[in-house]
Design a protein around this ligand. Structure first.
Ligand code: GAP
Length: 481
């Protein structure tokens, strides 16, 4: 039976991953709160993006800008005039939905023609200051604060083209019809990079070798218009066929690879090129990374070629120069955003839990097979019986300094393993009567349910190796025999 998005929302609420916001007041459409386990999983996802794409790279630096910025920013960026959806209403069914154009829509319920109510700007307005009431907006994308800070960052971080600026944080959109749980909400998080290159070097990606033989599922704009399905292609072929520039393809490959490395099933991922008529006002090309949800292939990552649009607009509206002096060509240029990886954190969260969710009939419980790096709790510590509490507490106190651990002494060990499986704990440590003599404990592996016996003095090292993927459980198992 397919797990629906409604089933997933119930599971997330029950397990303390995500709750509907203000539930005691009947909840508030489009807003969600992350619970004790959800905040850990979400932080782990954000940390992994930051680690890989900021800390581990010399050509990307991070910032943390404000949510409310000078209102002119949004005029310059085009959001005041163009960040709109059409509202369609069905008077009969009282359904209100968003449309991308004014070509008309049929009601999803009664299939009758819907009434076009005109355009609606998706930005949340807010008044700044007690008098005068300057109107500004909650940012609908984190990107603009990167553009407004572009020159300060480039100079203070002494970056030379090509380089990127990253930011992670909240974004807000007054979605007309929020739906599908976390998928389309009104407050969400993004991790975005603006990657600036010399405008004449959009096709000169110096690190393309790292990814050119990587295979991706891709559906080009051309194949979509012919009604074809996605096909498998290497990044090299994608560039040769001029489906994307080399820098654009490079960054798409890097984020695609991130999802694979974090355990997403390859058959559930694909790239989709945008059709010309769906491009955002700032984009000259755009691709999505899509995940195969039970409600269809859906965008979890957007990646546009924004060209020089934003910097040029900000130069014009602010009167400040955002040009870059290129030492090689001895000329001033306006940098070109060859790729803007725009990653929704909440949609990544959703894709990871859907992909990890296994209803294990043999075990009789759900097993959330999350990657060790993402798992909200890394180790469960159990005393076999309450008499062993003191010994087990000692082990827990040592481990909790290293890993996010949980201590569970309620019910049978089998029940405790099941509870651990359901929240994706990769390893459970059980302290039994033998532990008092041999000063060893068992580690149980979530995915295989196999167990190994390890000296308490070696526990931090062994668990550290397993959790950081330095060693596989099977290898430790072989060595322990
Ligand atoms: N700066 C470019 C930009 O914001 P986008 O395609 O509008 O591009 C990027 O958004 C990503 O942000 C999406 O791929 C998605 O993951 C996330 N996102 C956008 N709107 C969202 C919403 N209403 N709820 C949850 N996530 C959303």
């Amino acid at each position: 039976m397919t797990l629906t998005i409604e089933d997933m929302a119930i599971f997330c609420k029950k397990k303390g991953l995500v709750y509907p916001n203000s539930e005691i007041y009947g909840s508030f459409a489009g807003f969600f709160d992350y619970g004790p386990l959800g905040v850990e999983l979400k932080n782990n996802i954000k940390n992994e993006f930051w680690k890989r794409f900021v800390n581990e790279r010399e050509d990307v630096v991070g910032i943390d800008g404000t949510i409310i910025t000078h209102p002119k920013v949004w005029k310059a960026s085009g959001h005041v005039d163009s960040f709109t959806d059409y509202i369609y209403r069905c008077d009969k069914c009282k359904v209100v939905i968003k449309g991308d154009d004014d070509k008309g829509m049929k009601c999803p319920k009664c299939k009758e023609d819907m009434k076009n109510e005109g355009r609606f700007n998706l930005m949340f307005e807010t008044n700044v200051g007690p008098i005068g009431k300057d109107v500004s907006y909650l940012r609908p994308e984190t990107a603009q604060v990167i553009f407004t800070n572009y020159k300060l960052v480039q100079e203070s971080a002494r970056q030379k083209l090509p380089f990127g600026i990253a930011q992670t944080g909240k974004a807000f959109r007054n979605e007309i019809s929020p739906r599908d749980f976390l998928f389309r909400s009104r407050e969400f998080e993004q991790f975005e990079i603006e990657f600036f290159v010399h405008p004449k070097k959009v096709n000169d990606c110096s690190c393309i070798k790292e990814v050119e033989n990587m295979k991706v599922n891709i559906i080009s704009a051309e194949n979509q218009s012919k009604g074809k399905e996605h096909i498998e292609m290497t990044i090299k072929q994608m560039i040769e066929k001029k489906i994307g520039s080399s820098w654009h393809a490079y960054w798409l490959a890097q984020f695609y690879k991130f999802f694979l490395d974090m355990g997403i099933n390859a058959s559930n991922l694909r790239l989709r090129e945008h059709l010309k008529d769906e491009l955002a006002h700032y984009a000259s090309a755009c691709f999505d990374i899509e995940y195969k949800f039970p409600f269809g292939w859906k965008e979890i990552h957007g990646n546009a070629d924004r060209g020089q649009f934003d910097l040029k607009q900000h130069m014009e509206f602010s009167g400040s120069s955002l040009e870059y002096y290129d030492e090689e060509s001895k000329e001033k240029v306006v940098p070109y955003v060859a790729s803007e990886p725009s990653q929704g954190i909440d949609r990544a969260f959703l894709a990871f839990i859907f992909d990890a969710y296994n209803d294990d009939k043999k075990r009789g419980n759900i097993v959330l097979k999350l990657n060790n790096k993402l798992a909200p709790v890394k180790v469960g510590v159990f005393p076999l019986v309450n008499k062993l509490n003191d010994k087990a507490r000692g082990v827990f106190d040592r481990l909790k300094k290293e890993f996010n651990c949980t201590y569970d002494k309620g019910g049978s060990v089998g029940r405790r393993y099941a509870r651990a499986d359901e929240i994706g704990i990769p390893y459970c440590v059980t302290i039994d009567f033998d532990s008092l003599d041999d000063k060893a404990v068992t580690i149980r592996d979530r995915d295989s349910t196999k167990q190994i016996r390890v000296k308490i003095s070696d526990l931090v090292n062994v668990l550290g190796g397993l959790l950081k993927d330095k060693v596989k459980f099977e290898e430790v198992l072989k060595l322990s025999k």
